[in-house]
Design a protein around this ligand. Structure first.
Ligand code: PMP
Length: 386
C-alpha cells in the first residue's frame, strides 16, 4: 500500500498554483557581473557580492595558498582539532576591525544567529524581534524558547511598549540593513531604548557590514555609533566579503560564553581554513579599496534617479538592495522571466520570504557593475513592467 507520508504532490501543486514554487538555475563559472546560466550569459543583478570580491584574484590566490597550507577540510569542530591558525588570525583581525575585544567565527550566518540567540536566552526570558527580521534571527528566537515577541517594522514606539512588558532578561534583535527591503534599523533610538531598559541588543549587519560607513564598518559606523552601543554584532562573510561564513563580535566574556554554549558553534565542523585565509584577503581589500563602496553608492544613486523618473515603486533604501515592489507573486515572476529574456538576472522575491501581497523584484548592485549596465537594466525594466 502506498505510504501517504511520502505523497507530496498536493502540496507541491498548490505552491505551483500560487506562484510560490521555487526553482534553482545552474550557474557555470565564477560569480561576477556576468553569469553563465543554462548556457546563456546574463547580467547579474541578484547576488550579495556587493563589493565584487567573490572572484577577486587576491582573494582566490589566498584561498589557493590556504589549501596548500591547511588542506581542504578542517577535520572537526573548532573545539576538537579544527581551529587553525588561519581561523584564529581572522578572528583577531575581525575583532580589531570592529573595535571589539573578540570575534568568533561561525560556519554560516544562519548558524551564528541560531547559536547566539539560543545561547543567551532561556525559557523565562523574552526576545523582541522586528517583524521583518531575517528567518535565521526569527528561528534563533524560537529555538531559545524565550517568550517570542515581534514588533512592527522599525517601530520604536511599538518596541518600547513591548519592552515595558518583557519578562526575565530581554534581548532586542534586528537586522541592521533589512535583507528584502534594503532599509535600515533605527539604530540610534534602539541603542538609547535598550540602554534605558537595561536589555540586550543584537544587530545582524549581514547586508551593511563592509558596505556602509566610510571604512565599511556597517550600520554602526553609518550612524556614528561605537562598539559599546551595539554589544552583540553579527556579520556574515558570504556577502560583501565575497567568501563564506559569519562571525559574532563583542566582549571577551560574551565570546567565551558563546564558545561554551552556542550549540551551532560547538556541534559543527569548522569552516575550511582556506576560506578563512580568503576572508583575510577580502578584509584587507575592503579596507584599502574604499572606491568599491563609492562606486556602489554611485550606481545605486543612478539607478534610483532613473527608476523614480520611470515611476517605479522603490523602497526607502539607499543601500545595495533596491527592491521594486510589484505585489502580486505571478506578476513578479513574469517580470523576472521577461528580464531574463532581455539578458538580466533579477530575482522574484515572494512570500513567505516577504509578507503576503508584497512580492518584489530584488535588485542588488555590486561595485563591479558599470553605469551602462545600470542604464540597460532601467531600459529593460521600462519594457517588462506594466
Ligand atoms: N542574516 C541575514 C540578515 C541574511 O540576509 C542572511 C542570508 N541571506 C543571513 C543572516 C544568513 O547568512 P548565511 O548566508 O551566511 O547563512
Amino acid at each position: 500500500m502506498a505510504n501517504a507520508f511520502y505523497d507530496f504532490t498536493g502540496e507541491l501543486r498548490q505552491l505551483e498554483q500560487d506562484n510560490l514554487y521555487r526553482r534553482r538555475r545552474v550557474v557555470d563559472g565564477p560569480q561576477g557581473f556576468m553569469l553563465n546560466v543554462d548556457g546563456r550569459q546574463l547580467i547579474n543583478f541578484c547576488s550579495n557580492d556587493y563589493l565584487g570580491l567573490a572572484n577577486h584574484p587576491e582573494v582566490a590566490a589566498a584561498f589557493k595558498s590556504g589549501v596548500d597550507r591547511y588542506g581542504v577540510g578542517s577535520g572537526s569542530s573548532h573545539l576538537i582539532c579544527g581551529h587553525s591558525g588561519a581561523h584564529h588570525a581572522l578572528e583577531e583581525e575581525l575583532a580589531a576591525f570592529t573595535g571589539r575585544e573578540r570575534a568568533l567565527l561561525f560556519s554560516t550566518g544562519y548558524m551564528a544567529n541560531l547559536g547566539v540567540i539560543s545561547a543567551l536566552l532561556g525559557r523565562s526570558d523574552t526576545v523582541l524581534e522586528d517583524r521583518l527580521n531575517h528567518a535565521s534571527l526569527l528561528d534563533g528566537g524560537l529555538l531559545s524558547r524565550a517568550r517570542f515577541q515581534r514588533y512592527r517594522h522599525a517601530d520604536i514606539e511599538d518596541l518600547q511598549a513591548k519592552l515595558s512588558n518583557a519578562a526575565g532578561k530581554a534581548l532586542v534583535v534586528s537586522d541592521g540593513v533589512f535583507s528584502m527591503d534594503g532599509d535600515l534599523a533605527p539604530l540610534p533610538a534602539m541603542v538609547e531604548l535598550t540602554e534605558r531598559h537595561h536589555t540586550g541588543l543584537l544587530i545582524d549587519d549581514a547586508h551593511g557590514f563592509g558596505v556602509l560607513g566610510k571604512n565599511g564598518g556597517g550600520v554602526v559606523e553609518h550612524f556614528g555609533l561605537t562598539q559599546d552601543d551595539v554589544p552583540i554584532l553579527i556579520g556574515t562573510l558570504g556577502k560583501a566579503f565575497g567568501t563564506f561564513g559569519a562571525f559574532a563580535a563583542g566582549s571577551e566574556d560574551l565570546i567565551e560564553m558563546l564558545i561554551q554554549k552556542a550549540r551551532s558553534y560547538v556541534f559543527t565542523t569548522a569552516l575550511p581554513a582556506a576560506v578563512a585565509e580568503a576572508t583575510r584577503a577580502s578584509l584587507r581589500l575592503l579596507q584599502t579599496e574604499s572606491w568599491r563602496r563609492e562606486q556602489l553608492q554611485n550606481l545605486v544613486r543612478r539607478f534610483r534617479q532613473g527608476a523614480q523618473q520611470q515611476g517605479l515603486q522603490l523602497m526607502d533604501s539607499f543601500t545595495a538592495i533596491q527592491p521594486v515592489l510589484i505585489g502580486d507573486s505571478g506578476q513578479t515572476l513574469a517580470a523576472s522571466r521577461r528580464l531574463s529574456e532581455h539578458g538580466f538576472w533579477v530575482s522574484a522575491i515572494r512570500p513567505p520570504t516577504v509578507p503576503a501581497g508584497s512580492a518584489r523584484l530584488r535588485i542588488t548592485f555590486s561595485a563591479n557593475h558599470t553605469e551602462s549596465q545600470v542604464d540597460a537594466l532601467l531600459d529593460a525594466l521600462a519594457k517588462v513592467l506594466p
